[in-house]
Design a protein around this ligand. Structure first.
Ligand SMILES: Cc1ncc(COP(=O)(O)O)c(C=O)c1O
Length: 500
């Protein structure tokens, strides 16, 4: 490592999160210097295709001038103001827009109120508090337990880590906290279905297990169920057919609130604006972040229905104030959502292949469900290209295989490398494809990488220089990353590290 180099100073002063600290201290990391559309460029000038939009965040590309200018303009006008007992235009505009575009599925109560926060964790943590607050307000204080799912991920505060089904985030942090957080089975059909079990039968079994859990705990103690439409941090797991329908029937029966965590899936990731729309989820609460501002500003939102808001109102009347609030939530994110909304013109539809078609047309053949885990509605790509913005959306094409039904890594292009994502793109491919008979190539599911392997799958030989990223067109070949674990007959919490 170069002495007093940036890499050396990085390892000397900075603590890197969700990282093997010893490994990082020994080998150093890649320092990113610039962004350019779907690419990032490191301090040595190497160019990488950021195929996962940097943890699903930079959904409108890196260093997009119009977003930067909009934020700059807002900062000159009013860089910061709190929203404790004051309002300001960017927040009002954003809240109104979110209510306008919120998912409207079947007979679900409209999501009509918005709380702005700074991160996905904060939004989910706030939701947990509000759910407890709500049940106190309506005179059912015993209803306090919250159900997440094994390998689900909802954030890294004490409460949201407890709710997440990620054992490596619990271990030695003394989590999960208390007895208020429960974990239902993981809906990973490929891994956990019994031999010969159909997706529907698997979903029915999970629904029965959920009901058994609720009854064992006492249905009058269960307040809410949290789920991501597609599990991201748990390994890009799409739900089996009919899963959410069956679960929702049970939640309704026992008057359990449903929070849909759209932190990853929101804003087009599954082919519709919301994962809730893709999977027919009728949420009482919704959280979103990441693509809300394309992560140019740290901002998240919690949307809730009028019944929950009414309870908050009555509590605030009783207690004299609504005693919750962070300092920083405010909006410079308006341009992002505005642009996204503009692209939702009726003629801008998702398409599979060349023609204009309904979003539902982008489907996984065997599963009969939309396939676009890592992708975006493709109609956007062409429209954007017309306007000269092709680079912003190129990642969507890079995620898809030639038949546009699959999700798999493709060459990043001349002079370009894949940044830390080839393995994860492969994981998306696993999620979107029907369960194959033969072992999958290059999946990261369920197995720990060899110790020195970096996320992009590159494993330097001992003593080799730290930089040798995966070259164009060589994303995660067989053996570079892990194979999936064999099917197991019973769901369990995996002891392995998640792939994302
Ligand atoms: C589904 C989901 N919820 C919540 C979070 C936490 O968001 P943040 O890291 O912004 O706190 C994440 C982060 O990846 C996530 O994937």
């Amino acid at each position: 490592m170069r002495s007093n180099s940036a890499v050396e100073r990085d390892t000397r002063y900075l603590i890197h999160q969700q990282t093997n600290l010893e490994d990082y201290a020994r080998n150093g990391g890649v320092l990113m210097a610039r962004g350019d559309g779907v690419y990032v460029i490191d301090d040595q000038g190497n160019r990488y295709l950021e195929a996962m939009a940097a943890m699903w965040c930079a959904s409108l590309g890196f260093s997009e001038k119009r977003l930067a200018e909009a934020a700059y303009k807002q900062m000159l006008e009013l860089p910061y103001y709190h929203t404790f007992n004051r309002g300001h235009m960017p927040s009002i505009d954003l809240a109104e827009k979110l209510v306008e575009i919120a998912p409207k599925v079947g007979d679900a109560k409209p999501l009509s109120r918005v709380l702005l926060q700074c991160s996905g964790s904060e939004a989910n943590d706030t939701a947990i508090k509000l759910i407890w607050y709500y049940f106190n307000a309506i005179g059912r204080p015993q209803k306090k337990k919250i159900i997440g799912r094994q390998r689900g991920y909802h954030g890294n505060t004490i409460a949201t880590t407890s709710l997440s089904g990620q054992p490596h985030m619990h271990r030695d942090f003394d989590l999960p906290l208390g007895d208020r957080f429960l974990h239902a089975a993981n809906p990973h059909y490929y891994r956990y279905a019994k031999p010969g079990e159909s997706e529907e039968a698997f979903a029915e079994r999970l629904a029965q297990e959920l009901e058994a859990l609720i009854l064992a705990e006492g249905s009058d103690t269960i307040a809410a169920f949290f789920a991501e439409p597609v599990q991201g941090g748990g390994g890009a797991i799409t739900p089996p057919a009919t899963y959410f329908d069956r679960l929702q029937a049970i939640l309704k029966k026992y008057e359990i609130l449903f929070l849909v965590d759209e932190v990853i899936c929101g804003f087009g990731r599954t082919g519709n604006m919301w994962g809730a729309e893709t999977y027919g989820i009728k949420p009482d609460l919704l959280t979103c972040a990441k693509a809300l501002s394309a992560s140019y500003q740290p901002i998240s939102a919690l949307l809730l229905n009028e019944a929950i808001y009414e309870a908050m109102l009555s509590q605030s009347r009783k207690l004299g104030t609504f005693g919750h609030g962070f300092t920083y939530p405010r909006s410079a994110a308006r341009p992002s959502i505005g642009r996204r909304r503009a692209r939702r013109r009726p003629d801008v539809r998702c398409r599979a292949g060349g023609g204009q078609a309904d979003p539902g047309a982008v489907r996984s053949e065997a599963q009969g469900r939309p396939a676009g885990v890592g992708g975006m509605p493709e109609g956007r790509t062409d429209r954007a290209r017309d306007r000269g913005q092709d680079r912003l959306y190129a990642a969507a094409d890079h995620h898809r295989g030639p038949d546009r039904r699959d999700v798999r890594p493709v060459p990043a292009g001349p002079g370009c490398r894949l940044e830390g994502t080839a393995a994860i793109v492969n994981a998306c491919g696993v999620a979107a494809r029907p369960a194959p008979a033969a072992p999958l190539r290059g999946s990261t599911h369920g197995r720990r990488r060899p110790p020195a392997a970096r996320r992009d799958g590159h494993r330097p030989a001992s003593g080799s220089p730290r930089r040798a990223p995966v070259r164009s067109g060589r994303a995660a070949p067989t053996g570079r990353t892990c194979s999936p674990a064999p099917r197991r007959s019973r769901p369990h919490i995996s002891r392995s590290r998640p792939c994302c």
